[in-house]
Design a protein around this ligand. Sequence first.
Ligand SMILES: NC(=O)c1ccc[n+]([C@@H]2O[C@H](COP(=O)([O-])OP(=O)(O)OC[C@H]3O[C@@H](n4cnc5c(N)ncnc54)[C@H](O)[C@@H]3O)[C@@H](O)[C@H]2O)c1
Length: 314
Amino acid sequence: MKSFQDIKEILIAGGGLMGKNIAFVMTQNPQFHVTVYDLFPTDVEAGIRTSTKQLVDGGYVSEAELAERLSRIYFTTDMDDPAIAKADLVIEAVFEDMKVKRETFAKLEARVAEDCIFCTNSSVMSPSEISAELKHRERFVGTHFWNPGHLIPLVEVIKTDATDDGVAETVMEVLSSVGKKPCLCKKDVPGFIANRLQHALWREAISIVEHGIADAETVDTAIKNSFGLRLPQLSALENSDLVGTQLTWNIHSYVLPALEDSHEPSPLLKKMLDEGKLGFKSGEGFMKWTPEQIAKCNADLNAYLIHMLYERKQ
Ligand SMILES: NC(=O)c1ccc[n+]([C@@H]2O[C@H](COP(=O)([O-])OP(=O)(O)OC[C@H]3O[C@@H](n4cnc5c(N)ncnc54)[C@H](O)[C@@H]3O)[C@@H](O)[C@H]2O)c1
């Protein structure tokens, strides 16, 4: 199996929103050359320049660094391009479709070396299922990058029932070498680690609105001004230790029976879908959104992430 030192040629299969940003991220390690493969011609450089504009404008990435990093990214629409055959590690970011992903990996397996490492960026689909028909399943892991891929540090590395431990370790090293915070998910379960946590919170948040306990804006205000504010510094299990496991036990004994435990999406969510309340897409979801508010929300999020990542004292 390939070790970290053997990894030089990175192939990103799928040059959409995630693929472009992942390509940029991988160039943070000067030893990596990146090929982006997509079925359709796409301007990878323009996409990366757009997503990194706030970083360049803020002086966090210089124009010279960006140009040098872009010079190590090559784009092709040809699966038989020699750049594909020499890949040491592939990160797949094609459409979220099982058939498309399986076909992409089957074509790659016929072209790359037996020890080339395969990663899928699927956000919800099981890496065990995606890799089920491959000859060398031991080389396969999930690598779940978060959007925006060039800013959010977490990448969940998901082992399947067949993943070789050494492969998972190499992928973790590769991701650390480009400044990411890889976290090993030892079992291939729906939602991996972070989406299980995130959607446990969303389920309760929606339930509070559904049951008239508070309106949507109030729920978000409560989150942002309490535990949400301290989460980057004091996370769930650290906080449990801080208050003490006895208190955690006492609180859970009292509160857990009252929490939402539905195994179905909320009826409120269904009602909203039926009414065409699709969120940003339709201008109304839990709240109403003007185009200006939507643009501001996205820009503010990027500015906040850049501040947290580049200016916060570590
Ligand atoms: N968008 C997100 O927030 C997000 C977050 C984490 C993970 N993901 C995952 O990343 C993957 C890509 O998502 P995205 O948002 O970048 O999608 P996207 O639609 O922006 O990009 C997908 C790209 O794949 C290309 N493609 C489709 N079929 C192909 C094929 N057979 N061979 C080569 N290229 C092909 C498309 O032309 C397109 O450029 C999905 O699996 C998704 O679940 C997305």
